[in-house]
Design a protein around this ligand. Structure first.
Ligand code: GLU
Length: 546
């Protein structure tokens, strides 16, 4: 059979150039020894999973720590999964977390195009080459025929797939092929596998260590009937011509590794190093399961932006998942930039990274407690501008006021910083009571109405915003004493029955009246921030509603 002629008949693409052209166009990169070239290769589905960030950070670290290159390739061969605007989502969500690409889709770079759909010429050139060498062939099997093969294999408890005796089109004669073409039958191009599943090899995975890989014997599809490559074929071509040195990807691809090894060999390309990272898991009752796009809102990167998690907090937490020795480093060097940590690929978990949102919240609290009130203001405002309600947006109009609120809630200047804030959304929700438009309390006192009313009214009478903290407290005590509450905690503890309550109960009534809450930061400061008018108005409002 004239295989050159066959290749032309099967893949009529006039853009295809001689193979040397591509090797020259995309030469080996001129990088220092040991520099790694890594990539993120997402499909543009519009959904960015936490796992995408996980794998992006790992790839970014490997590349940049070694003085190499980290690039973005868009794997858009599956038209059905493609979503408009998805590439912007990829860029935006990774940028938010500070993941920087050196080159790639919608960025610069000499190894593009970085969208697979724009690379068909290269895929076609190499598919043709395989056909010419008798290493690939057209398959005219219909879906029904493939289904029949599958049924037969299931019935006979045989491995599924298109291989050996089941590979019906592997040995079609020249006449049969041209007759099918003439009849206009659709066809795919399959690899003519040379592998044998009886043969196993030892393979070194950079994360999993030594693993056993069985040879591939599947005549996998390399070009679909519309001339678009499958993931397998595009992976081999792209990672060769983009000169990737390390393919660090999700472990769901591990089972395809035998196919990839055979494809690289068939194409005459040097195999890159591989690292298959485990998926992110979550504890669900007694069991651990994969963090699921369907069930878990926290699986989506959008979740962290909508909630207003600080990017440094998320990155810090992701580093704890990526490398088990990171936490120890962080304790030693809490102030160093994260990128100074020496990330080691070999220290990535081999089985599964357990995602725990409570731990992320802890990391976030600690991280936010290192911000100044101005930094916190900017961070919260940026969140509110994008995601906040109109009322919340208005919180930031009076910057001086908000800075005072934040300084108090963060314990700035105190002995120990408070760790009340987890993320921008929760922080904004926490400070609502400083803003009259949002302040709609349901007062719940532990004392009878008359007592509460009397105490609030008496305090309102003698309140003076010029009082310092201790003068203010003396007044609280005065009111307490007047209504039979102990002014001295020791005396109260010695004989609680002798009093209506204690000064702290009085302070609580004032607190509830002023803020609607039983627990807040320092009440004197709150009143100072609210100012005389607002404080008194709140006391009156509380009195009226008792
Ligand atoms: N497009 C594949 C995915 O999104 C990429 C896998 C890889 O990194 O090679 O899962």
């Amino acid at each position: 059979m004239d295989l050159n002629k066959l290749a032309e008949a099967l893949i009529p693409d006039e853009n295809v150039k001689p193979l040397e052209y591509y090797e020259q166009q995309y030469p080996e990169r001129d990088l220092p020894k040991g520099a790694q070239v890594t990539r993120l290769a997402p499909s543009p589905t519009g959904f960015m999973h936490l796992g995408n960030l996980y794998v992006a950070l790992a790839n970014e670290r490997v590349a940049h720590q070694s003085g190499g290159v980290f690039y973005l390739r868009i794997e858009d061969t599956d038209e059905k999964r493609k979503v408009e605007g998805a590439v912007e989502v990829i860029h935006e969500s990774l940028k938010y977390f500070g993941v920087k690409f050196d080159e790639g889709a919608d960025l610069c770079g000499d190894y593009g195009p970085y969208y697979q759909r724009q690379r068909s010429e290269i895929y076609h050139a190499y598919a043709k080459e395989l056909i010419k060498k008798g290493m690939a062939y057209p398959c005219f099997c219909t879906e029904e025929e493939i289904e029949e093969i599958r049924t037969k294999q299931t019935e006979n408890k045989l491995l599924p797939g298109y291989y050996g005796e089941f590979a019906k089109c592997r040995n079609l004669s020249e006449e049969e092929i041209y007759a099918n073409l003439k009849a206009g039958k659709p066809y795919v191009i399959r690899l003519k596998s040379q592998g044998n599943v009886e043969i196993k090899h030892t393979f070194r995975d950079e994360i999993k260590g030594e693993i056993t890989v069985t040879e591939n014997n599947q005549d996998v599809v390399i070009l679909k009937s519309d001339g678009i490559p499958t993931y397998h074929f595009a992976h081999a071509i792209d990672d060769h011509f983009m000169r990737t040195t390390l393919v660090l990807r999700g472990e769901e691809w591990l089972s395809s590794l035998p196919i990839h090894i055979e494809l690289f060999k068939a194409l005459g390309f040097r195999l890159p190093k591989y690292a298959h990272n485990c998926s992110i898991q979550k504890q669900d009752g007694e069991t651990r399961r994969k963090l699921s796009k369907r069930k878990d809102p926290e699986a989506s990167l959008t979740f962290y932006r909508e909630q207003g998690y600080h990017k440094t907090a998320v990155r810090t937490y992701m580093m704890t998942l990526l490398n088990s020795n990171f936490e120890e480093w962080l304790l030693k060097f809490p102030d160093k930039p994260l990128d100074e940590f020496k990330y080691t690929i070999g220290k990535m978990g081999k089985s599964g990274a357990l995602f725990d949102i409570l731990k992320l919240n802890d990391v976030s609290k600690t991280m936010l407690a290192t911000l100044s009130e101005t930094e916190m203001y900017d961070f919260m405002k940026a969140w509110a501008d994008e995601f906040g309600s109109d009322k919340q947006k208005a919180y930031f109009a009076d910057k001086e006021y908000m800075l005072k609120v934040l300084a108090l809630c963060m314990g700035v200047g105190g002995k120990k910083r408070r760790k009340d804030f987890v993320c921008a959304k929760q922080a904004t929700e926490t400070v609502y009571y400083f803003f009259d438009d949002s302040f709609a309390p349901t007062y719940e006192y532990r004392f009878d109405k008359t007592t509460v009313k009397n105490i609030l009214a008496r305090f309102a009478e003698i309140y003076d915003e010029k009082d310092d903290n201790s003068a203010w407290f003396e007044k609280v005590k005065t009111v307490a004493g007047e209504y039979g509450f102990a002014t001295d905690m020791k005396a109260y503890k010695a004989d609680p029955a002798a009093f209506a309550g204690s000064v702290s109960d009085v302070a609580e009534m004032l607190r509830i009246a002023t803020t609607g809450l039983a627990n807040t930061p320092d009440l004197w400061t709150i009143m100072q921030i609210l100012g005389k008018e607002r404080t008194l108005a709140r006391l009156q409002k509380a009195i009226a509603s008792v």
